[in-house]
Design a protein around this ligand. Structure first.
Ligand SMILES: *Cc1c(COP(=O)(O)O)cnc(C)c1O
Length: 391
């Protein structure tokens, strides 16, 4: 039996049609897009067509699209790039939240060496940031506010337009990590009111190692990577033409199929939860809940397991046992030198260490079938009960 892949928030398989679109740029049109000869121009046309496609999906100008190596680089570039300018004008606070991706939290923490003050907005127990919570920490020293659109571990959707408004009222710039929302939700930079936005190819069935940083025209910002004059001197380095073409192709397809994919995720989630309930009622909780005031994407589910009497289990062991049964999920935690740490996102939501350590994340893709979700739910129910029945 083929493994059932339920880890699409970690990465997604490359769409065969996207691969097809990329191949010519590895072979026939593989010249450097910045070379002046005809072969270079051919590659350049592909890059500029891709930039236009991406810009139009995001409601941006092509000149506002900077190609990067992925979500991590885009997040680093936005935070560091704004801070470098703003802190010379006396603004040294970087406002973010404890449920951000490490690609946001770690650069903010690292910038302490340069005098930055990372400040964390309180997160609600359901896993969201409210406008009121942001108002309580923003001030006239805030350089940039960076809050994610969709959380990659619990799937909460933040009210980005409202949050950006508050940042702007305080004269700060607003960045959002939209790596998990692009292709899933309508993402329009004007409606979201953002100055900077990060996205990544491999989270939407595009290639790995390619991303975009949207930089609103006129935003004061210093590039992260200096080199040649590529990307109007905003990101040095030879352009990854096949990946850029693949990213545009994947985004166009995700955008065109957005509603049908969304309906598919909803159907799969309902089926999964109903099956799990049927076979393991009383053995699980949805971290952050489902029916709260916070909106959620339907393809990410974070579950905590325990016996009906409250005995917890080791989430890492659960993950490994499920792997043996060909069900691939994630625990969203960082495994450094053999020591498993509880998820910083779950802790940030106020979930206890023990509950966080008993949790796993499932993330559904549009290629998962309803049968796979039913099978996964039954397998999880069996494994959880087996683990909890051991003394
Ligand atoms: C995966 C992910 C990233 C990192 O993107 P890469 O392209 O893998 O560097 C950043 N933020 C979020 C929310 C993610 O899920």
């Amino acid at each position: 039996m083929e493994p059932i892949y339920l880890d699409h928030a970690a990465t997604t398989p490359l769409d065969p049609e996207v691969l097809e679109a990329m191949i010519p740029y590895f072979t026939d049109a593989s010249a450097n897009a910045n070379s002046a000869h005809q072969l270079g121009r051919r590659a350049k046309v592909a890059v500029e067509d891709s930039r236009e496609t991406i810009a139009s999906i995001l409601g941006a100008e092509p000149s506002e699209i900077v190609f990067t190596s992925g979500g991590t680089e885009s997040d680093n570039a936005a935070i560091r790039g704004v801070f470098e300018v703003a802190h010379r004008k006396g603004r040294s606070e970087i406002v973010t939240s404890e449920i951000e991706h490490h690609a946001v939290i770690h650069p903010a923490e690292c910038l302490k060496l340069s005098g930055a003050k990372p400040t964390y907005v309180p997160v609600s127990p359901s896993g969201g940031v409210t406008a009121d919570a942001l108002s309580s920490v923003c001030g006239d020293k805030t350089a940039i506010v960076s809050l994610m659109h969709v959380n990659n571990e619990v799937g909460t959707i933040n009210p980005i337009a409202d949050l950006a408004d508050i940042a702007h009222q305080h004269g700060a710039y607003f960045h959002t990590d939209a790596v998990q929302s692009v292709g899933k939700l309508p993402v329009n930079v004007n409606e979201l009111n953002v100055d900077f936005l990060s996205l990544s190819g491999h989270k939407l069935n595009g290639p790995k190692g390619i991303g975009v940083l949207f930089v609103k025209n006129g935003s004061p910002w210093i590039p992260l990577i200096h080199g040649g004059s590529q990307e109007k001197r905003r990101r040095g380095g030879t352009l990854n033409v096949p990946a850029i073409v693949g990213l545009a192709s994947a985004m166009a397809k995700a955008d065109a199929q957005r509603q049908t994919r969304w309906a598919h995720y909803q159907k799969c989630r309902t089926l999964f939860l109903n099956t799990l309930k049927e076979h393991a009622d009383g053995y699980f909780e949805i971290n952050g809940g489902l029916d709260s005031e916070v909106e959620r994407v339907p393809h990410i589910l974070n579950l905590c397991f325990h016996s009906p009497e409250g005995k917890t289990l080791d989430g890492e062991m659960l993950l490994l046992n499920l792997d043996i049964e060909n069900v691939c999920v994630s625990n969203g935690s960082a495994c450094t030198s053999g020591a498993v740490e509880p998820s910083h996102v779950l802790l940030g939501m106020g979930i206890s260490t023990q509950q966080a350590m008993s949790s796993i994340r499932l993330s559904i893709g549009h290629s998962n079938t309803p049968e796979e979700l039913t099978h996964a739910a039954k397998t999880i129910a069996n494994v959880v009960k087996r683990m909890l029945s051991k003394p």
